[in-house]
Design a protein around this ligand. Structure first.
Ligand code: ADP
Length: 394
């Protein structure tokens, strides 16, 4: 690479050798070949220089360090076809060598985990071009998640909305003069609006939590007190279902946290335990201090399946552990890994839930650098264990 030439826009190739580089405003001749090569090696994206000769055909004559790692070939002298396996990419390179026109092409690399790439092809001169590869897998994944999320949220709202529209129509026509039917339908409509309200509230909570997920919380919160407040709030529901909450705590369980968010965690876990418990049962909530991660993760049930839904990095940190145990039907093994996904509900068992409760729990705990474990014994109950960094006692 004696002379550095580059394309300045589509189809416009130029030579900066004796002119000022527009980016750094220095004469390009000041940039030694060694410095230019070093610069290319510092780039995270694979960069290749491809040249066509009658004798060898299209060959890779240079690759930066990222290209060496990516292709795992002794690069200078490799035929283009040996390195670039995707027909669409190979075709674009050959085409650009022939026509001298720049091109961009998106392609997928094959492997256990497919990755998505975009190649930028920029001709340098006749029969020579630069190829830059950019890994767009993460961006594609995020885009996909956002699209799925929107589709799911719209679907979840559309179902109760369609049901409401149907009942409005019935009330206007067939049930117009039928008082008992009207009462019944209005009851169902109230239920559906309640469902939509819950869904929107959960969606708003989730987006608020995500917005500040990277900011560590700083307050001191006693989880035992939080539980007492949550239990007071659902007293009428507990009375209606004949369910009691048995609390086991030695004293306060103070963690570093955001109180409102931790109320949501405890509320969602206790709500689920109550919702999936048989009438008249008891829900157990136990608090315990663990001196390190291993102790916090110790199993609490003797049988069943255990799965970690979230594991923090800090192994030597002291944690406050809260375990919410019920004697309901438990959760079948195959559902466990997906429990904290947004909108995931075990079919036919959700009891009007939004499927967002555990997603909220997981995001809040993640912001607090804590962990979440589920243990389930089918037919005998489930235990959700959340643990959060203990506040240092001063
Ligand atoms: P939902 O609002 O539907 O309860 P969650 O995210 O809180 O949503 O829970 C997801 C699913 O996990 C629920 O639909 C339910 O099937 C299952 N689940 C959660 N907690 C329990 C529990 N304690 N016992 C049995 N199943 C549970």
């Amino acid at each position: 690479m004696g002379v550095i030439e580059t394309s300045r826009g589509r189809g416009d190739t130029g030579d900066w050798t004796d002119r000022a580089c527009p980016i750094h405003n220095v004469a390009v001749t000041d940039l030694s070949t060694a410095a230019a090569l070093r610069t290319l090696d510092l780039l995270p994206d694979p960069v290749l220089l491809v040249r066509f000769s009658e004798a060898e055909g299209p060959q890779i004559v240079y690759g930066n360090e990222a290209a060496g790692e990516h292709f795992r070939l002794a690069i200078p002298g490799v035929a283009v076809g040996a390195a670039l396996r995707q027909p669409v990419l190979l075709e674009s390179v050959e085409n650009a060598l022939e026509t001298g026109a720049p091109a961009e092409v998106a392609f997928e690399s094959i492997g256990v985990q497919p990755r998505y790439w975009r190649a930028f092809i920029r001709p340098l001169g006749p029969a020579e071009l630069v190829l830059v590869l950019r890994d767009e897998t993460d961006a594609r994944r995020t885009e996909r998640m956002r699209a799925d999320f929107l589709a799911n949220a719209s679907h979840e709202l559309r179902t109760p909305l369609a049901s409401l529209a149907g009942f409005v129509e019935t009330l206007r026509t067939h049930a117009k003069d039928d008082a008992p039917a009207r009462e019944k339908f209005l009851g169902i409509m109230a239920e559906q609006t309640g469902r939509m309200t819950r869904l929107i509230n959960d969606l708003l909570s989730l987006s608020r939590i995500e917005l500040n997920e990277h900011i560590a919380p700083s307050g001191a919160v006693d989880l035992v007190q939080v539980l007492q407040d949550v239990a007071d709030g659902i007293r009428p529901l507990l009375a209606e279902r004949g369910i009691s909450i048995a609390i086991a705590a030695d004293g306060p369980a103070v963690v570093v946290g955001d109180r409102d968010q931790l109320v949501q965690v405890v509320q969602n876990l206790v709500d689920n335990a109550v919702k999936y418990s048989p009438t008249g049962a008891s829900v157990g909530v136990a608090f315990q201090r663990a001196e390190n991660l291993e102790a916090a993760r110790a199993p609490s049930r003797s049988g069943g399946v255990t799965l970690s839904l979230l594991t923090p990095d800090a192994a030597d940190q002291a944690y406050q552990v809260i375990r919410v145990a019920d004697v309901g039907r438990g959760i079948a093994r195959q559902h466990l890994p997906r429990l904290s996904e947004r909108f995931y509900r075990v079919e036919g068992q959700s009891g009007g839930g939004t499927g967002l409760g555990l997603a909220i729990v997981k995001h809040v705990i993640n912001r607090h650098r804590g962990g979440l474990i589920v243990e389930s014994e089918e037919g005998a109950g489930a235990t959700f264990t959340a643990f959060l960094p203990a506040a240092t006692v001063t």
